[in-house]
Design a protein around this ligand. Structure first.
Ligand code: GLN
Length: 230
C-alpha cells in the first residue's frame, strides 16, 4: 500500500491529485492499493511515502509552511532516503538548496543540491507551452506538451560544499547521490535545465498537471513512488 501526499498549502495541488488518482484506476495497478492525501499538517505528512510539491507561488508556499509549523516536518521528509519527492515549478524552487531571485524571507528545503533561478524566462515569455522529447529518460515519451508559467530553471548543480557548510553531521543522505540533468530546453542559443533528478527526488520547471497528458505522472508513479517505497 502506498500513500501519496500532495502539499496543499497553495497552488495547483488539486490537479496533481486528480492525475494520480486517475492513473491508478488502470488494471496495471490493481495489485497495489493507494491512498491520496492533501497535506496541510505534519500528521498528514507523516502518513506519506511520497510527496508532490505543486506549482503556485514559492514564497507563499514557504511562508504558509512556516506559519503552520510544517517546515520542520518537510525538512525531515526530504532527508528521509525512503521517501520520494517531486517538485513542479514553485515546488522545484521550494525543493532547491539555493535560489537566485529568491525573496529574502523565502525558505527552501534543500532536497535537491541545485541552485534554481526564479522567473527565469522574463516577461515576454511569462508563460508558454512547448512539446518536448523526454524519451531519453521516459521510455517512448517523445512528445510531451510541457506548460511553463513564470517558470524557474536550474542554474547550478552541486552548489553546496557539505563540509564547508557544516552539513556533514546533519547531512541529507539524498544529497550524496549525484544530480542528473534529465532535460535541457534549447532557447535562443541557450540550454536551460528544466528537469533534474537526485536519488528519489525529482524537480521539473514545468507543470505536467496542467496539460491533459497523464504520461509524466505515470512515470513518476512507476519510477519514484513504486520503486522507492519497496
Ligand atoms: N514564479 C513562481 C514562483 O516563484 C513559480 C510559478 C509557478 O509555479 N508556476 O514561485
Amino acid at each position: 500500500s502506498f500513500t501519496i501526499g500532495v502539499l496543499a498549502l497553495q497552488g495547483a495541488f488539486f490537479e496533481h491529485l486528480e492525475f494520480l488518482k486517475s492513473i491508478v484506476q488502470s488494471p496495471e495497478y490493481s495489485a497495489h492499493t493507494f491512498q491520496f492525501v492533501q497535506v496541510k499538517t505534519g500528521e498528514q505528512l507523516a502518513t506519506c511515502d511520497s510527496l508532490v510539491i505543486p506549482g503556485g507561488e514559492s514564497t507563499s508556499i514557504s511562508l504558509i509552511a512556516e506559519r503552520t509549523f510544517l517546515l520542520e516536518p518537510l525538512l525531515a521528509f526530504v532527508r528521509d532516503p525512503c521517501k520520494s519527492v517531486w517538485g513542479t515549478c514553485a515546488g522545484l524552487i521550494f525543493l532547491a538548496q539555493h535560489l537566485k531571485n529568491g525573496k529574502k524571507e523565502q525558505k527552501v528545503l534543500g532536497g535537491l543540491n541545485i541552485e534554481v533561478t526564479r522567473n527565469a524566462f522574463g516577461r515576454q515569455l511569462d508563460s508558454f507551452e512547448q512539446v518536448l522529447d523526454f524519451s531519453s529518460f521516459v521510455p517512448g515519451l517523445t512528445d510531451f506538451p510541457a506548460v511553463f508559467i513564470r517558470a524557474p530553471v536550474v542554474s547550478r548543480i552541486g552548489v553546496v560544499d557539505l563540509a564547508e557548510e557544516g552539513l556533514i553531521s546533519s547531512s541529507n543522505p539524498i544529497l550524496d547521490e549525484p544530480v542528473e540533468v534529465l532535460h535541457k530546453l534549447h532557447r535562443n542559443g541557450h540550454e536551460l535545465v528544466v528537469a533534474v533528478r537526485q536519488g528519489n527526488h525529482l524537480g521539473t520547471s514545468f507543470h505536467p498537471e496542467l496539460s491533459s497528458d497523464l504520461r509524466f505522472h505515470k512515470w513518476f508513479l512507476d519510477e519514484f513512488v513504486l520503486k522507492s517505497a519497496s
